[in-house]
Design a protein around this ligand. Sequence first.
Ligand code: G1P
Length: 264
Amino acid sequence: MLPIVDKPTIQYIIEEAVQSGIEDIIIVTGRNKRAIEDHFDKSIELELLLQRTGKQEMYKIVNDISTMVDIHYVRQKEPLGLGHAVLCAKKFIGHEPFAVLLGDDIVDSEVPALQQMIQKYNQVQAAILGCHEVPAADVTKYGIVQYDQCVNELYNVNRLVEKPSVKSAPSTQAIIGRYILPPEVFDLLEGVAPDKKGEIQLTDALDQILQYQSVYSYIIKGNRYDVGDKFGFLKASIEFALKRPELKDQLQLYLNQLVKNLRN
Ligand code: G1P
């Protein structure tokens, strides 16, 4: 729920999904479920007040939030890893392909990240992993892809490793929190053994699915921010604010002044 400029992080992600054509969203939450639910709920009193006082622009913002999409909530009772969080949504998804968007990864792009991936999915009808190239030293933070050929911007994945060491990483292509997955992944997740930290990794189930189905990786076009990381969060806040007409000039002046002061 941490805001970037004036919107909670999760709203950027929901907006990306909505702009990509997703109509039903399941949010797998932990402890702060109430705040998220309240944020996307209808605020009748506030909407009436904004209408009465002629604050049309604010009214539109508040109303858009609650009419954006159908959102359902599932609670992950214990923090047993990303694979387990995905498994919590199994009952609601059934036997259909679905997308997974992680709350810490925001992508700023002309075409929404998930929409880029759906376009690719429509060409191959197989799992698509949204990726970025990362510096070699950073492979330890991500699920890393081993691939062979690349056709039409889709890399054919032949192995996946969760957070490898720099030495053992098969490439520097990292999964950045966007997936389109087939429903079969649920059966595999049920059988995945927990890792050393007791977490069930989605990457491990996807590595297993390679025995039965093709999986492709795709380098998402756009700037990705890891807002779960302090510096990533600051970068996103500054860069998103610089894009806002009401803040741009003031912020630019302030940053220039700040840099000048730091140099002195
Ligand atoms: C998770 C996934 C990892 C992926 C990353 C993207 O890791 O397990 O494969 O690369 O998200 O942000 P986490 O950031 O939860 O440690």
